[in-house]
Write a protein that binds this ligand. Structure first.
Ligand SMILES: [Zn+2]
Length: 442
């Protein structure tokens, strides 16, 4: 039994949202109790105890879309042509990088990104991976690192036509093998989805192959949808329909599918997303950085679509993503009243719903029976904090680097801001060495 107590407890649980001096008791990977520190300590006298020392205790964060390998783009010299649009960015940066990835690069980018994620309070991470010249074993390599670090992951390989038939077939196989491996392991720490890059890099024949390969797997697809305008334009020109209509034709949409971005999805496409129960993931910083436009996230939520929040590899810090999600829609819609409710909804309610579609258990909440994913954040409020205003304190007062302790499935993985399962300095030194070899190959 582990008790984390003596902190301001934010539960994200409507019944008791906030306890001024609260504690959580975790046993066998699950939250078994929570309440006032004094009561909990009295009830569970013999437990291991973490004293939060007035910091904030809250549920672990969930990142519903990232690209682990993107870690190795940090500081990379882009001496090629200047990127003028999103397709240029893919060609000049991401596809140059991912084509050169080896299994060793994948391993160390996984250490770096997942270690950062844990340090920033992320306990569940949904990755979308690509390495066209090192496909076989790529998801298993990331999965092994995740297991060593103790973080929960949903992994997939982004299948596309851009590297020819060999890569298409290998990508499909890697997805299927990993999905089956996760199902057989019967663990709530790992899950596989079927990854696809985007409509504009997949022919009808390839979409058919993907749909056929997933027959009976009940895994859901993880795909970029209408991120850049070119995705829609190419679809209309070549297939006389829009992206969401095309994916629906091939039965790619559904309750377990994550449609990432959906920036250019029109009204009819939004209705199809709603009707099929497909979830959308919003990545505000990435969208701004790629200059692809502003997501209609607020409108999608109004329609009743589940919109989660991700980072798309731009950062590993969900607090940062939350801050940008809060301001981008106010700025874009010229309305300071929007996004106050939608932003915490995306991060705390909808990411939770998405996680629960892919893992067994109750996530992102402190209540009896929920998974033991808890973080302690070093935040001392300068104004009163209570059960009504805690999300404002999170939004304006916290950042990834404020996270002090991260607990996943009842295991303490980060303490005093330091990962416990691995030697951080050694991993970073090795990462820099592996990355420098990679950059020399590009
Ligand atoms: Zn992405």
């Amino acid at each position: 039994m582990l008790v984390v107590g003596n902190g301001r407890l934010v539960t994200q649980n409507k019944e008791i949202p906030f306890i001024e001096n609260g504690a959580v008791a975790i046993e066998d990977g699950k939250i078994v109790d929570y309440g006032n520190t004094k009561d909990i300590l009295e009830k569970y006298k013999k437990s291991e105890y973490i004293d939060a020392k007035d910091k904030v205790i809250m549920p672990g964060l969930i990142n519903t879309h990232g690209h682990i390998y993107s870690a190795f783009a940090r500081g990379m010299n882009l001496d090629g042509p200047t990127s003028k649009d999103f397709l240029d960015i893919l060609n000049n940066l991401w596809w140059r990088l991912d084509k050169n990835l080896s299994l060793e690069d994948i391993k160390y980018s996984a250490y770096s990104t997942l270690m950062d994620s844990l340090k920033y309070g992320v306990t569940t991470f949904f990755d979308h991976h690509a390495s066209p010249n090192a496909i076989e074993g790529s998801l298993f390599t990331i999965g092994k690192v995740a297991e060593e670090l103790g973080i929960r992951t949903s992994l997939c390989y982004e299948v596309s036509d851009r590297d020819g038939e060999r890569a298409l077939i290998e990508g499909i196989k890697e997805n299927v093998d990993y999905i089956k491996h996760c199902k057989e392991s019967n663990s709530n720490m790992k899950s596989g989805m079927f990854g696809m890059h985007a409509s504009f890099t997949l022919s009808d024949r390839s979409l058919e192959k993907c749909a056929k390969a997933t027959d009976g797997l009940d895994c859901g697809y993880h795909i970029h949808v209408a991120e850049g305008l070119a995705d829609e334009e190419k679809c209309i020109k070549e297939h006389q329909m829009r992206v969401v209509e095309r994916l629906n034709k091939f039965n790619i949409l559904g309750e377990k599918t994550i449609a990432v971005h959906c920036i250019h999805a029109d009204d009819n496409e939004q209705d199809i997303i709603l009707k099929t129960g497909t979830t959308v993931v919003h990545n505000p910083e990435s969208n701004m950085g790629n200059a692809v436009g502003v997501s209609p996230a607020i409108k999608l939520i109004e329609k009743g679509i589940t919109v989660g929040l991700g980072t798309d590899g731009y950062t590993s810090d969900m607090f940062e993503s939350m801050k940008v999600a809060n301001i981008i829609h106010k700025h874009h819609l010229k309305d300071p009243s929007v996004a106050w409710g939608e932003t915490p909804m995306m991060l705390f309610k909808n990411n939770r719903k998405i996680a629960e579609k892919h893992f067994d258990g109750t996530f992102g909440i402190i209540e009896k029976g929920a998974v033991g994913d808890v973080i302690v954040v070093d935040y001392n409020p300068l104004t009163p904090m209570n059960g009504i205003n805690y999300n404002s304190h999170i939004l304006f007062g916290m950042m990834g680097k404020s996270v002090d302790t991260t607990i996943v499935n009842g295991n303490v993985l980060v303490k005093d801001g330091k990962p416990l399962n691995v030697n951080e300095d050694e991993i970073l030194a090795e990462s820099r060495m592996v990355c420098s070899k990679l950059w020399n190959r590009i």
